[in-house]
Write a protein that binds this ligand. Sequence first.
Ligand code: ACM
Length: 264
Amino acid sequence: MKAGFYQFNPEFGKKDKNLEIVLKILTESTFDFLVLPEFFATGYQFLTRDEVSELSEPIPDGKTTIALSDLSRKKSCYIVAGLPERDGNLFYNSAILTGPEGYIGTYRKTHLFYEEKLFFQPGDTGFKVWDTSIGCIGIMICFDWFFPEAMRTLALKGAEIIAHPANLVLPYCPQSMPVRCLENRVFAVTSNRIGIENRKPEQELKYIGQSQITGYDGQILFRAPEDEEVFSIIEIDPAKARDKQLNKYNDLFKDRRPEMYNLY
Ligand code: ACM
């Protein structure tokens, strides 16, 4: 199946414009599975709760979810996209999954990064997977990658391909994903953004680009440059992620010994 990402430079607060850019390029392209960055239509560096309130949306009734659901339906494809979610007077850093049937589900980011903690609630959905016609899809958002339990939980639940919307600023993720994927034998599509946000002059955020498609065997199948807009689609076979057997004697999941791991 054809899987990929769109790495670009969203302009803060210009939700309609960013969404329009994304809808145009997705409409003109052919793919089965596409991952967009974290907060892809709003920008990331919020300064106040009022800004979050203004740019966030309810799911599934908000404009962004409706637009991507419609597109998924029309093109019979799956899309994962990050957006600030409003639920009553609470806000979540969320990602939606849409597909041929329209809106499918939401994941709320578990591990909030830095000043996200000022505005957003820690996610309460847990790590979720969805069995679809193209394979079992799991979602984690940006900083979640830093916690090996995130991808492990998704993989143990059956995920074959991990959608990873991101706004990465630290340098470590691209070279770490091969290990995450290898130890879980899953594919991952990390969709990061590019550009700089300096809405707080003393706290410029430079996004590292390098969106990446990583194979179940730890191979980097495609990595985008640090600072270029890239729309990339490659062919992958998620079924390869079902077999956890390393050799005649070792199965990555059957060999686990949870009783030896004092994780709490
Ligand atoms: C991040 O979680 N946006 C770094």
